[in-house]
Design a protein around this ligand. Structure first.
Ligand code: HAM
Length: 420
């Protein structure tokens, strides 16, 4: 037997690992900034956890799970995704009793027996986040914005599109499903075999079929967004308005169905045109009944997961040179007092985790600014004797080309702003 890895499972070699580390670090920094804490859960759970969470008629549960019989006869499954296990842990450790809101993030390998191709593997890494305890649209907006900040922080946001929709809830979805059945019934025989079955068990899934003939029939199908009840419509409008107020760019796409059954209301996907067929780099949504379905107390929740390999592929394509040496801020100074202050400030900022560079010679302001530019820093702090005598410094935002005067003492505390 040839010694080789299993098809669809990859090694990540040392020469590639730096990029992984940097991207994972940024995710952690940003998620923690939003109040999320890491949880590490097993890669394997009782099969039932996934079957009950993801839905027995989903592709993942029907065809893609790595399921084994344990030595004691119990059925166990390598996790195809993280949400079900996090929900299981949330219930098992009564986290709901400890605080009204619980924010968790996780990363690790997931397993799906799919047909491997570029960007689609059988063993792949996800980073995900789940927020428990709020049904408010602000919670949806917060996790979406946090995800977007992560994409911005690693530089790939310009190549991504955020699409959102609502899948309604127990009040409006059943009637919508019925409408879909009525819509598809006359063309039943033109649907593929899978979709004929979907028509009985979950007609929504037909909207997601990749077969050309099914796609054509589905083109004029009624849209969930036109069939939301008033509460769901209000919720969806509010999520969109909040995102807009934060300056987020998104498109409403009523065709998002998602491949998992636990979703209610908000769903979203982040796609790119840079990667070919496997173009979804991350996705998520609200799942207000999953905790209850797994026998926990009723707890609304919302979350997402990103596919690390896809993010890495996109990052490699756009930034083949990898991450630039990181320097967040450059301190320029004029005069000997200013130089001393600059040195102390650099010490303070580095202590706060801000990558800082400064001039040690007594170069002209012009040449110091030139170096700051070359380093690609986000901010340049300019210390002049006159401002310094008033306890002030100038902070120049290099991207926006704007300058603010700030108290030196406040600048010392700017760690987070500078870092990401
Ligand atoms: P998902 O859409 O199944 O959602 O997967 C999330 C992301 O994982 C995808 O957008 C994709 O980037 C990546 N991914 C999925 N399958 C593969 C594969 N075979 N190879 C490489 N990458 C893949 C979930 O897993 C949900 N748990 C997300 C969620 C969290 N919803 C609420 N909370």
């Amino acid at each position: 037997m040839k010694i080789q890895s299993i098809r669809g499972f990859n090694d990540i070699l040392p020469e590639k690992i730096k990029r992984w580390h940097r991207i994972e670090e940024r995710a952690r920094t940003i998620f923690e900034l939003y109040g999320f804490s890491e949880i590490r859960i097993p890669v394997i759970e009782f099969t039932d956890i996934f079957a009950r969470s993801l839905g027995t008629t989903t592709d993942i549960v029907e065809k893609e799970m790595y399921t084994f019989t344990d030595r004691d006869g119990s059925s166990i499954t390598l996790r195809p995704e993280g949400t079900a296990g996090v929900v299981r842990a949330f219930i098992e450790h009564s986290m709901y009793a400890q605080s009204p809101i619980t924010k968790l993030y996780y990363s690790g390998m997931m397993f799906r027996h799919e047909r491997p191709q570029k960007g689609r593997y059988r063993g792949f890494y996800q980073i995900g986040a789940e927020l428990f305890g709020s049904k408010e649209p602000l919670a949806d907006a917060e996790v979406i914005i946090m995800l977007w900040r992560f994409f911005e922080a690693i530089g790939i946001a310009p190549y991504l599109k955020l699409e959102i929709s609502s899948l309604g809830d127990e009040n409006c979805r059943p009637a919508y499903k019925q409408k879909l059945v009525e819509f598809f019934m006359p063309s039943r025989n033109q649907l593929c075999e899978d979709c004929r079955r979907r028509l009985e068990v979950n007609p929504l899934r037909i909207l997601d079929c990749k077969k050309e003939s099914c796609k054509q029939i589905a083109q004029d199908a009624p849209s969930m967004l036109d069939n939301l009840c008033s509460e769901c419509r209000e919720h969806f409008e509010s999520v969109k308005n909040t995102l807009t107020s934060l300056g987020a760019l998104f498109v409403s796409n009523p065709r998002i169905v998602r491949g998992l059954d636990y979703y209610t209301r908000t769903v979203f996907e982040v796609t790119t045109e840079e990667l070919g067929a496997q173009n979804t780099v991350g996705a998520g949504g609200r799942y207000d009944h999953l905790v209850e379905e797994l026998e926990g107390p009723p707890t609304p929740a919302v979350g997402f997961a990103v596919g690390m390999e896809r993010i890495i592929l996109l990052h490699e394509k756009k930034f083949p040179e990898g991450f630039q040496k990181e320097v967040d801020t450059f301190i320029a100074h004029l005069g000997s007092e200013a130089k001393k202050t600059a040195f102390l400030l650099a010490y303070e900022l580095r202590k706060n985790g801000v990558f800082t560079e400064m001039d040690y010679e007594n170069k002209s302001l012009k040449s110091q600014l030139k170096r700051a530019d070359k380093l690609g820093v986000k901010y340049t702090i300019i210390i002049g004797e006159e401002e310094l005598s008033r306890g002030k410094v100038k902070v120049r935002d290099m991207r926006k080309s704007t300058e603010d005067e700030m108290n030196l003492e406040d600048v010392k505390k700017l760690a987070i702003k500078f870092r990401i």
